[in-house]
Design a protein around this ligand. Structure first.
Ligand SMILES: *Cc1c(COP(=O)(O)O)cnc(C)c1O
Length: 356
């Protein structure tokens, strides 16, 4: 049976990305060696990193003066590297969910952290709109897509101070104005590659301004100077990321990814709003295109396990909601075809006929 992969992360990748990476794992560039058993300094591997960096810059229209890094440690290590490298006295954070809160917690170890606003009191079901960003803070940190709660900032904000964004789960799903940010980072395993590589887009002249000592491996300058090759980078995930970047380009770039994301999200949200069994959990204006969260209406609440079983039998994978929201979460990343969203909608309609 065809599986429809709605996993939140690690998550669906384009089939050709998986196949090309599998081929290179067996025989990299007809070298007779596996991608897993060559040096990251082999002359055949440098072009992989170079092309991945070039495609990042091209697809996201990254201005001059920025570096693209491929590091280890996940987005979670960036929660600490960001304040290590950029927080001298004070930083501002928008608290929109579990990941934002974790980022904030790390920053508190380095200086004063101002929480400009929070939607914690309403289980992060919306993104706060009215708040003041302190102009004397070193940066303003946001999480553009809240993977767990299904809310998303779908446009770049205006900020009087440089922004830093965790874009783990919506990178390459829309065009972004990189010039508004001094740093954009994320774990690759939501929309780009298998787990193991972290992407960081960093403005070169924003680095090196804090007065503290920064351990070598945690210093962005080390990796800017080393071209992500200061130590052994995650070779296989970087290779897979390159395949995804080529795929995005061939499909028409981030504009096309955005068009598809809007289309897929509309199909599913329309069904959630129409079908009396289900209700969406996020405020309408903040609904994420990437992670679509919904629960069963209170009078049908006890049908949730039944629907999960029903949908699983029909090939839906990974739709169980995160424990902090409950119900269901359908992650609709770039690689998820519209047909999978349609298949989920069909399930919801069949289930409705059985119970209403
Ligand atoms: C998954 C996720 C993280 C954590 O990423 P790791 O690579 O596992 O550290 C951080 N932020 C967001 C928005 C995420 O979705």
């Amino acid at each position: 049976m065809k599986k429809h992969n709605f996993n939140a992360g690690p998550s669906i990748l384009p089939q050709e990305v998986i196949e090309n990476t599998a081929k290179a794992i067996v025989n990299f560039n007809d070298s007779g060696l596996s991608l897993m058993e060559i040096s990251h300094r082999a002359k055949d591997f440098q072009p992989v990193v170079d092309e991945a960096v070039a495609l990042f810059k091209e697809l996201l229209n990254i201005p001059d003066g920025y570096s693209v890094l491929f590091l280890g440690g996940g987005a979670s290590l960036e929660f600490c590297m960001v304040p290590y490298n950029f927080l001298e006295k004070k930083a501002a954070y928008l608290n929109t969910g579990t990941w934002a809160k974790k980022a904030m917690k790390e920053a508190k170890g380095f200086g004063e952290v101002v929480e400009v606003a929070s939607s914690a009191e309403d289980n992060y079901s919306y993104i706060p709109k009215k708040y003041t960003i302190p102009t004397d803070a070193d940066y303003f940190h946001i999480t553009t897509n809240n993977t767990i709660f299904g809310t998303e900032l779908k446009e770049d904000l205006d900020s009087p101070i440089p922004m830093i964004a965790d874009m783990s789960s919506d990178i390459f799903s829309r065009p972004i104005d990189v010039s508004k940010y001094i740093c954009i980072y994320g774990g690759a395993q939501k929309n780009l590659a298998p787990a193991g590589v972290t992407f960081v887009i960093v403005k070169n002249d924003a680095v090196g301004k804090v007065s503290r000592y920064i351990p070598t491996m945690l210093n962005y300058q080390t990796h800017i100077d080393g071209g992500s090759m200061f130590n052994t980078p995650p070779v296989v995930p970087i290779y897979a990321a390159l395949q995804t970047l080529r795929w995005i380009k061939a499909q028409g770039g981030v504009k096309e990814m955005e068009r598809r994301a809007i289309e897929k999200a509309e199909i599913l949200y329309n069904e959630i709003d129409r079908n009396k069994l289900f209700i969406g959990t996020a405020a309408k204006e903040d609904r994420s295109r990437m992670n679509i969260c919904f629960v069963m209406a209170s009078e049908y609440k006890d049908l949730e396990p039944d629907f999960l079983r029903f949908a699983t039998e029909k090939g839906m994978v990974g739709i169980k909601g995160h424990r902090s929201v409950g119900g269901f979460r359908a992650s609709c990343y770039n690689a998820l075809p519209k047909e999978s969203v349609q298949a989920l909608v069909d399930c919801m309609q069949e289930f409705e006929k059985l119970h209403l």
